[in-house]
Design a binder for this molecule. Structure first.
Ligand code: SF4
Ligand code: SF4
Length: 172
């Protein structure tokens, strides 16, 4: 797309700025009469399920969530892809193996403080186990509380983020 450049001429003679000031004030008053769009957080909250002006986008990437199977076990098979692809190097995985040769995570931790919420871990996971989620209220009083272990990741209940779909670039 061609970029249009608008050249603004400098005034060649002395001029009053009253007109420009009045135009600015008119714009301000026009906005005063329009409906307010500020959300009164935390009294008002938005969720991904809501439809309306405050809805969080379903592709919002926030706090992680590990999905579990019907028996309540994490779906992770400790393949090692997510720590490998993570650009922030904030996933710690120690794999284990049961007597039938099934792999599972002995330790699985994500440092949400170092995470850049790129969503690569969700995209690369072959089991659709780890997800970034539609959740942003994860303030803590100490830094170590941002390291989510497997139990904490599995106990999260918020909605998981939708992946970017090339056929629907605007997420509609
Ligand atoms: S969202 Fe990105 S930075 Fe965060 S844990 Fe996943 S891969 Fe790493
Ligand atoms: S990519 Fe998925 S299955 Fe593999 S280690 Fe990560 S969470 Fe587990």
């Amino acid at each position: 797309m061609a970029i249009g450049v608008k050249v603004m001429k400098r005034p060649e003679r002395e001029m009053s700025y009253v007109r420009a000031a009045l135009k600015g004030m008119a714009l301000t008053f026009k906005h005063m009469l329009q409906p307010k769009v500020t959300m009164q957080y935390p009294e008002e909250r938005s969720t991904a399920d809501e439809r309306g002006s405050y809805a969080v986008a379903p592709r919002w990437r926030g706090t992680h969530r590990m999905l579990a199977d019907e028996q309540g076990r994490s779906k992770c098979v400790a393949c090692g892809l997510c720590p490998q692809i993570c650009p922030a190097n904030c996933i710690k995985l120690v794999p284990g193996e049961d007597e039938e040769g099934n792999r599972y995570p002995l330790i699985y931790e994500i440092d949400e403080f170092r995470c850049v919420f790129c969503g690569y871990c969700q995209e690369v996971c072959p089991e659709e186990a780890i997800h970034v989620g539609v959740h942003f209220e994860n303030a803590e009083y100490s830094r170590d509380r941002f390291v989510y272990d497997l139990e904490r990741l599995t106990s999260q209940t918020h909605q998981v983020s939708s992946l970017w779909d090339p056929a629907d670039v605007r997420g509609q």
